[in-house]
Design a protein around this ligand. Sequence first.
Ligand SMILES: *[C@@H]1O[C@H](CO)[C@@H](O)[C@H](O)[C@H]1NC(C)=O
Ligand SMILES: [Cu+2]
Length: 238
Amino acid sequence: MLKLITFVSLLVSQVAAHGWVQEITLGSKVYTGFLPNTDNAQNPPPARIFRRIPDFNPITDLTRIDLQCGGSPTYQTAPAPLVGQIAAQETAKLNWTAWPANHKGPVLTYLAKAPEGVDITQWLPGTDAVWFKIDEVGKDENGRWAASDLLTAASGVWSVKIPENLAPGQYILRNEMLASLTRFLATAYPGIQFFPSCAQIEVTGTGTGIPSELVSIPGVYTPESPVTSKISKWRQEG
Ligand SMILES: *[C@@H]1O[C@H](CO)[C@@H](O)[C@H](O)[C@H]1NC(C)=O
Ligand SMILES: [Cu+2]
């Protein structure tokens, strides 16, 4: 009986082979990602700059806190113990594990600045409006999706520049893959899968910029949002 269960769960995990960020390069410094398969086997898990994820399963409910930085019905997001360093204007390179070719969708990146006097290793934004988007890529003129086509063409590394005038401070960098399985491409939410990944970073520099329009996560997407209701038609804007 035990053998059968093990076999079945192995089978399931192979079929649902999603991914996670295995490594991030901030400027020229390399940090290991949170590796759910091996890190979760240790107690406590190794210290990372990434917020822990329980597994590589997608978030599918837009209303759950899990949409923020990952989670599951039995694990809610929590701060990580470490913080990475990057200067404004430098590029963060997020190295994702092999992304399944039938999981097509946009890739978006958000930042959230920790409030004055609050250390990011203690900070949980909850549903406060603290997030702003710094990058979004959908489908290009040749019909190639950010995930998985462009990501795979870039050897699995998603690059995003830290805005040059960004005010220094501690931020959560939230990089997110959306996936509409090829066979469901025309359908809307529900059915779309979200894969958020959150790194804690300290941005240095002399900038002063902080957007005034902030969104909450969860909250930023509704079933009617263009990105969730018309994913097959969605294109990169601006
Ligand atoms: C991504 O990270 C893995 C694991 O550290 C490494 O083997 C691989 O070379 C990295 N890929 C790139 C393109 O840097
Ligand atoms: Cu999937």
